[in-house]
Design a protein around this ligand. Structure first.
Ligand code: XIL
Length: 315
């Protein structure tokens, strides 16, 4: 059977996975599958702010550099994830009492340190992650509260200055289909593009749950972004199941993966389909969604599941 990366190459897209840095370093079976099956990778945590600057002014890119080197050795592109987010911020930042001017400088400094470190090695950067609420209003984060909505345009401008060739993405969840949140993202991108702000992509995370119907208008939604002249990608696909899983739920999971992938394949400028970890062994789902799991395409023993087959059949 052909690997996912061979099939994806033929289909004209990249297939990626989020990578757990510890597993990559310590488990040969894990590392071998990353290399064999995928042609793009995203660090699951290693490029987040708390990982790269745990103490103010002290940077640690060890794990991220290891992944970038691994990717290079295996002919893979790297999605940088993520520069501006409300989660996984270092405590010196969240507990510090900074003025707006100070915070703006801190954000500028963060982007101006991290992006150049990886200059020329990142294909797509998730510059801003999860800035919207479900109703399409901007999320009440540290950034919005202190800096106002302009922090988004600033972040893209600073990132572009630091690495002009990286493709800069806005990334969010529950924006698969056409809804209030995806429309807010659409309006944001339209307005930024009109102002000449360097934003070139929109990432649809694609975290689904078999308890809810999979959105069937993904191509309609992503097609809107084609018209704005930006790329799109499914950046964090997984489909969680309330445990224990029955056959109907596994079937629904296979179909949900196909729905996400088909949405991308039907969209002219959808460039990649990334799963948020490939094995249930290291999934973030059980730790975040009580009673749910089995969300990935390989089981805990590195056996390909039917979701893997469903994806390969679609490619
Ligand atoms: C998750 C990681 O998978 C976990 O290991 C970590 O503890 C929390 O973050 N949206 C995102 C990702 O953009 O960065 C998140 O990753 C999952 C939700």
């Amino acid at each position: 059977a052909q690997t996912l990366r061979a099939l994806a190459q033929r289909a004209g897209i990249r297939i990626g996975t989020a990578v757990n840095a510890d597993a990559l370093a310590n488990e040969p079976q894990y590392a071998d599958l990353v290399g064999a099956q995928f042609n793009s990778v995203t660090p699951e945590n290693a490029m987040k702010w708390d990982a790269v600057e745990p103490t103010r002014g002290t940077y640690d890119y060890t794990q991220a550099d290891q992944l970038v080197a691994y990717a290079r050795a295996h002919g893979q592109l790297v999605r940088g994830h993520t520069l501006v987010w409300h989660n996984q911020l270092p405590s010196w930042l969240t507990s510090g009492d900074f003025t707006a001017d100070q915070l703006r400088d801190i954000l500028h400094q963060h982007i101006t340190a991290e992006v150049p470190h990886f200059k020329g090695k990142i294909w797509q950067w998730d510059v801003v992650n999860e800035a919207f609420n479900e109703d399409g209003t901007l999320r009440d984060s540290l950034w919005l509260r202190k800096l106002g909505p302009g922090y988004i345009a600033d972040a893209f401008r600073w990132a572009h200055q630091a690495d002009p060739k990286a493709v800069l993405f806005y990334n969010d969840y529950n924006i698969d289909g056409v809804n209030a949140k995806s429309t807010a993202v659409y309006n944001l991108v339209a307005s930024l593009r009109k102002q000449g702000v360097p934003i070139q992509g929109v990432g649809d995370q694609g975290h689904l749950d078999v308890q809810y119907p999979a959105p069937h208008d993904i191509a309609d939604n992503l097609g809107r972004f084609d018209k704005l002249g930006v790329q799109t990608a499914i950046t964090e696909a997984d489909v969680r199941i309330p445990l224990p899983a029955d056959n109907t739920e596994v079937e629904a999971q296979n179909e949900a993966y196909q729905t996400l992938l088909e949405g991308c394949l039907l969209t002219a400028h959808c460039t990649d389909f990334t799963v948020w970890g490939f094995t249930d062994k290291y999934s973030w789902v059980p730790g975040t969604f009580t009673g749910e799991g089995q969300a990935n395409i390989y089981d805990e023993n590195y056996q390909a599941k039917t979701a893997y087959t469903a994806i390969s059949q679609d490619l």
